[in-house]
Design a protein around this ligand. Structure first.
Ligand code: 2HA
Ligand code: ZN
Length: 270
């Protein structure tokens, strides 16, 4: 059995959490990440017949039965993941139709998965239906995206178009746009279900006055997705109060679509 602290999925998780903290997206215990793992790669490091303890999830997700996830812990600080991965992260396998999480490694202080576990797992279900290669769900609190939800219309088309207009790359990186949830109580199955519903049509879901969810095929790519949206929101917050002289036009967006071989969300461009 190989040492799990040398596993690429643990190292990549540590690097990503640290990077997110360094970007200022995850103050205190803010933010959470879940990474879907292959059974074969888990078996290189752990005896999967031996569960440390079983933790009830409070929801059901039969589609994920038997699946393995590396997940940040509830109340844990991204800042500390690099110093004590075995305390701040846990590796679980879902059982009983998703109603139980069997802990195979981590949460060594008796902890458990993030309070946003329902939103993560339900989002995995939704994204896997659209994209079988999806592996990551990531949540964080980037300042400019958050700020934007106070001053910008929350209409999804309008919000998306504004972000697309702020940086040339945006429409290429997230052609499906950004879906938006109004303020809701976090940490509940209700916000989990609402987030998953929004994940059916876009990889980015803004939680107004709270933060953002991103989904993707690996940690780097999902980080980059949120990074790009946050950069666009930053430009918006720099210019929103200034007289606008020009922007990226819909005609130019169509040029980007053609050149990069992407298709903007139906009805979002003129
Ligand atoms: O766990 O970000 O949404 C901290 C959070 C909750
Ligand atoms: Zn949050």
């Amino acid at each position: 059995m190989k040492d799990i602290l040398t596993a690429p999925f643990i190292l990549e998780m540590i690097r990503t959490a640290t990077n997110m903290y360094d970007h200022g997206w995850d103050e205190r215990n803010g933010g959470n990440i879940s990474l879907l793992l292959d059974e074969a790669e888990v078996k290189e490091y752990l005896d999967t017949d031996h569960a440390i303890r079983a933790i009830p999830t409070g929801f059901s997700a039969p589609e994920l039965d038997g699946k393995y996830f590396l997940v940040t812990g509830t109340g844990k600080y991204f800042k500390n993941v690099q110093y004590a991965p075995e305390v701040n992260l846990g590796l679980v396998r879902l059982a009983d139709g998703g109603e139980t999480a069997e802990l195979l490694w981590g949460y060594t202080d008796g902890g458990k998965f993030t309070s946003e576990f329902p939103a993560h797992m339900m989002s995995h279900v939704a994204r896997l239906k659209v994209d079988p290669n999806n592996r990551v769900v990531m949540h964080c609190h980037p300042a400019n995206l958050l700020a934007m939800t106070y001053v910008h219309d929350l209409d999804e088309r309008a919000f998306t178009r504004t972000l697309w207009q702020m940086c040339t790359e945006c429409i290429v990186v997230f052609p499906d746009g950004v879906n938006v949830l109004p303020w809701m109580l976090c940490g509940t199955n209700e916000i989990g279900e609402a987030t998953a519903k929004k994940m059916e049509t876009a990889r980015l879901v803004v939680w107004a006055q709270h933060g953002i969810y991103g989904a993707g095929k690996d940690l780097d790519e999902t980080f980059g997705l949120i990074e790009t949206a946050e950069k666009a929101a930053e430009i918006y917050m720099k210019i929103a109060h200034l007289p606008l002289k020009q922007t990226i036009t819909d005609e130019q967006m169509h040029q980007l679509e053609a050149h990069f071989g992407v298709k903007a969300r139906e009805g979002y461009l003129a």
